[in-house]
Design a protein around this ligand. Structure first.
Ligand SMILES: [Zn+2]
Length: 125
């Protein structure tokens, strides 16, 4: 499970982008933890952390790849309907979109060209 936290000191960002200056004190970063030995109930270890700039860059790259490859209007936070239920796009996973349906706690992986997926494109006034 990924979570965010404010850095109390400066350390490196695991995405190590050329443009990245690492995670600086006072900025938010995303991290993922794993319990030692995979057992629940113990203090967890941080296994991955990245500055929010890199997280957002990578997220945007994921959507761009899907838009270019499938020709769909997939944007982060975009409203969609899937199998008759409303939801929104919360991420990408390889060639799939992560759709969080209203009332659900976990997103589902949906192919960008799934017949049951409808992109609600906002009308430009
Ligand atoms: Zn970074």
């Amino acid at each position: 499970m990924k979570a965010t936290r404010t850095a109390r000191r400066t350390f490196s960002c695991d995405m190590r982008r050329d443009v990245c200056n690492g995670i600086r004190k006072g900025v938010r970063y995303q991290y993922e933890t794993l319990p030692p030995g995979g057992e629940l109930g113990f203090a967890s270890w941080t296994v991955w952390r990245a500055c929010m700039a890199c997280v957002e860059d990578r997220r945007e790259e994921g959507y761009r790849w899907i838009r270019n490859n499938y020709g769909v209007d997939a944007f982060h936070g975009g409203e969609v309907a899937f199998d008759g239920r409303n939801g929104s796009l919360v991420g990408t996973f390889g060639s799939h979109l992560l759709v969080l349906l209203d009332g659900d706690e976990k997103p589902v992986q949906v192919h960008p060209r799934d017949a049951g997926l409808v992109y609600m494109v906002e009308a430009t006034a």
